[in-house]
Design a protein. Structure first.
Lengths: 355, 240
């Protein structure tokens, strides 16, 4: 019931959907930088959407499985391989005991991926979450990034989990990767702190993600955005996706591990549905911003929710596909359609004749 | 807006993205403004609408975090606006005053001399005034469990260090301008450190993890180095 980290990769951490409920105390949310990708991968392997998986950054880890598990790698294509052989992303792949999952490297399809495992990564929750908060040295595996030799405990998979083997999330339900994305933002509470020219610069420029960027925030390089007066405000809450502009005029996008409060004016804030675009971007990549309204943000969120609901329906159908051979396992599950209703039936052999 | 009456006016509502609505009650550090922020937070938490994730209260605004997939935005705005009207800023529930033991000066408070030099007060007088005050936790942020304290004696006002320290010890009690604060975990920082508390303001394995909350009243009680060590040994202090 575990997997062993044979090599850690660049930055691999345990993440779930975050440690909400404590932001009032200064505790950042943390969690997967692309919540949709983590949740979708979890559904494929039979977990709830908020189970903990591994967030992989650019250079993937080597993971030796000590138990059989259905695995789904979502997010960007970092060329996942099992025992050296390429496996598809966004698809349920059954790994046997002893199989080794490695990554060949990031292609053009996004800088991060999420490894979801049937049963989830079962490190002890801290304040209700398994997410790693690196700066606070808590959550995840010992509050830190994975290192060679770490043994990660795995949870018990749902009995239907193996039935997701071979299920591929259809392309239209996957978030599209866009190089040099245009991130949709809603004008921020302190938009009025910037000059007309400053706002024009912000919305018309392409910005490059600085190498000093991390899970706390993306520092951007590009044309400076000028304030009307000083760059200080009375410290205020700063949500994930908020774009702060300090005195040097260079915007900073706050990410999942970002401080909960800050004293710089917020020129704009990314809509929830576009957080995945940010997660797919790496230092050195460029991005730009487009102003949008709450209506467009709501439509984008509805579309994501629709994708998630659609995925659930497809998975339920896939798992209940006819079984051609009698399974040899001593437990299993099937779905019966009878008299207008659907019935999930799980079975387990508790004894055999003659014993 | 000079004419804004801190106790009564409707807050300015502004979205910060599509999952956070900010209700701004003023643009000053003012206890009356802060108590309206807290009052709205309590009302929302009590009502607990299904789209509410959590709220964060700061000096002058309440950030209302909502589920990005739930709740029409105009309904959320309308409810927050309606609740804000009745959030008159009555004093928070009386919780008493929380006492924070502090060992002042020496290695525990390396900037006590600096504050003394800046204010022209003898170090003993700095300690007397600092521990004689009553403070209100106006907001929490920076690091998990860091309280921003209002109520500092104006005579103790001292600007931040010119260059911040790379590491400030957990428990350090600081002054920055007219604000007070306590570092819950070891972190970089530019505040004047005048003492240290043996209390663990934040312990993720403890229930509750945080000793302080926004709206709480606290005071500082001077302790000797011996008493400091005793509290740590007694298991009530910072984890070594």
């Amino acid at each position: 019931m575990s997997l062993e980290v044979q090599s850690p990769g660049l930055l691999t951490t345990v993440q779930d959907l975050g440690r909400s409920g404590f932001r009032a105390f200064g505790m950042p949310l943390s969690g997967a930088l692309d919540p949709f990708s983590l949740a979708a991968g979890n559904l494929v392997v039979g977990n709830g959407p908020g189970a903990a998986g591994l967030e992989v950054t650019l250079v993937g880890p080597g993971l030796a499985f000590r138990s059989e598990r259905l695995v789904c790698v979502t997010g960007g294509d970092l060329s996942p391989r099992v025992n050296g052989k390429a496996i598809p992303c966004w698809e349920g792949v059954l790994l046997r005991e002893g199989d080794v999952l490695t990554f060949g490297g990031a292609g053009p399809g996004g800088a991060r991926c999420w490894v979801c495992v049937g049963g989830g990564i079962d490190t002890p929750p801290v304040m209700g979450s398994r997410s790693t908060y690196l700066r606070g040295k808590l959550g995840g595996y010992k509050g830190r990034r994975l290192e060679k030799g770490d043994i990660l405990p795995l949870g018990v998979p749902d009995i239907l989990s193996p039935r997701g083997e071979g299920f591929a999330v259809p392309g239209e339900l996957r978030p599209g990767f866009i190089e040099g994305p245009v991130v949709r933002v809603i004008p921020g509470p302190q938009e009025g702190h910037f000059t007309e020219e400053g706002l024009e610069v912000f919305y018309k420029s392409s910005y490059c993600i600085d190498p000093g960027s991390d899970r706390m925030g993306y520092r951007l390089r590009g044309p400076a955005v000028h304030h009307r007066e000083g760059a200080d405000i009375i410290s205020d809450a700063v949500p994930w996706g908020a774009v702060q502009v300090p005195g040097n005029g260079l915007p900073i996008i706050m990410m999942a591990d970002g401080q909960t409060t800050g004293g710089y004016p917020k020129i704009a804030a990314a809509i929830s549905a576009d957080l995945g675009l940010l997660a797919a971007a790496a230092p050195g990549d460029s991005l730009s911003f487009r102003r949008c309204g709450l209506g467009e943000a709501a439509a984008a969120s509805r579309a994501l929710k629709g994708s998630m609901d659609g995925l659930r329906v497809l998975l339920a159908g896939y798992r209940s596909r006819p079984v051609r051979s009698v399974p040899k396992a001593d437990r299993g599950a099937l779905r019966l359609h009878f008299d207008g209703g659907s019935f999930d039936i799980t079975w387990e052999i508790i004894g055999r004749e003659g014993r | 807006m000079a004419s804004r009456r801190a106790g009564e006016d409707a807050p300015r509502l502004a979205w910060c993205g599509d999952a956070c609505l900010m209700a701004e009650f003023g643009d000053a550090i003012d206890p009356r403004v802060n108590s309206r922020v807290l009052a709205l937070g309590v009302r929302l938490a009590t009502l607990a609408p299904p789209w509410l994730v959590e709220t964060v209260s700061t000096y002058r605004s309440l950030a209302v975090y909502v589920d990005p997939w739930e709740g029409p935005r105009d309904e959320i705005e309308a409810l927050v606006a309606r609740l804000a009207l009745s959030a008159k800023g009555e004093p928070p529930q009386p919780t008493g005053t929380f006492s924070v033991p502090v060992c002042y000066g020496g290695t525990w408070g390396p900037d006590l001399e600096r504050v003394s030099g800046h204010t022209g007060l003898e170090p003993d007088e700095v300690v007397r005034r600092h521990s004689g005050g009553r403070y209100r936790v106006f907001m929490m942020g920076f690091t998990p469990g860091f309280p921003y304290l209002g109520g500092l004696d104006p005579a103790l006002e001292t600007p931040r260090l010119e260059s911040p320290r790379g590491l400030v010890a957990a428990g350090s009690v600081g002054i920055a301008g007219r604000q007070g604060g306590i570092y819950p975990i070891e972190s970089p920082g530019g505040w004047n450190i005048i003492g240290r508390t043996p209390l663990a303001l934040f312990d993720p394995g403890r229930e509750p993890p945080f000793l302080m909350a926004t709206g709480m009243d606290i005071r500082f009680v001077p302790v000797t180095a011996g008493e400091f060590e005793e509290i740590v040994r007694g298991g009530r202090g910072v984890t070594p």
